[in-house]
Design a protein around this ligand. Structure first.
Ligand SMILES: Cc1cc2nc3c(=O)[nH]c(=O)nc-3n(C[C@H](O)[C@H](O)[C@H](O)COP(=O)(O)O)c2cc1C
Length: 151
């Protein structure tokens, strides 16, 4: 009930990400694989590859970005501020961070200004060697499996 799609129809996902060192890229690549396993059609874009005022059609949008300088990284922030025509569209959010707290609330605030509808959010703490791009801690795959099942 309440869903725009029905069984048998392909769920279309658009993942928009920004990643400096590749940890976030690893996350969205893994997530894309999981969503495809669910039978979804998945497109991945860097923030620089898509026009926020003319977004590709999708049933659900996923945004992924790191925390930088006590905020969501600025390319993603300005991307979100420039979104147009996204009223009522559903989204999931992903934040990577090195310090204890996450900044999902900031992404949520920016997207609620666009009247988008949150489905799920997940964050990942990276280790000290984040600049290797290989610094995701704990069982990040399992966390993403759970996130993917909500989308
Ligand atoms: C310039 C810069 C500023 C950062 N500031 C913060 C911060 O304020 N809080 C935090 O938790 N992590 C901070 N970090 C760590 C990033 O969150 C971490 O490098 C990122 O999540 C790794 O993801 P990526 O490999 O996708 O870029 C900062 C990193 C950089 C490069």
């Amino acid at each position: 009930m309440g869903f725009e799609y029905s069984y048998g129809e392909l769920m279309k996902y658009a993942i928009i990400y920004w990643s400096r060192y590749g940890n976030g890229k690893k996350i969205v690549d893994y997530l894309a694989g999981k969503l495809k396993e669910k039978g979804g059609e998945v497109q991945i874009f860097k923030t620089s590859d898509v026009n926020p005022a003319a977004m590709p059609e999708a049933d659900l949008y996923v945004f992924s970005a790191p925390t930088e300088a006590f905020n969501i990284q600025k390319n993603m922030r300005s991307f979100m501020k420039k979104l147009e025509g996204m009223e009522g569209k559903r989204y999931g959010i992903i934040n990577t961070h090195a310090m204890e707290r996450n900044w999902l609330h900031k992404m949520e605030k920016l997207l609620s200004k666009k009247k988008m509808v949150k489905v799920a959010g997940v964050d990942f703490r990276v280790g000290k060697d984040a600049d290797t791009g290989n610094s995701l801690t704990g069982n990040w795959e399992k966390k993403l499996d759970e996130f993917a099942s909500m989308l």
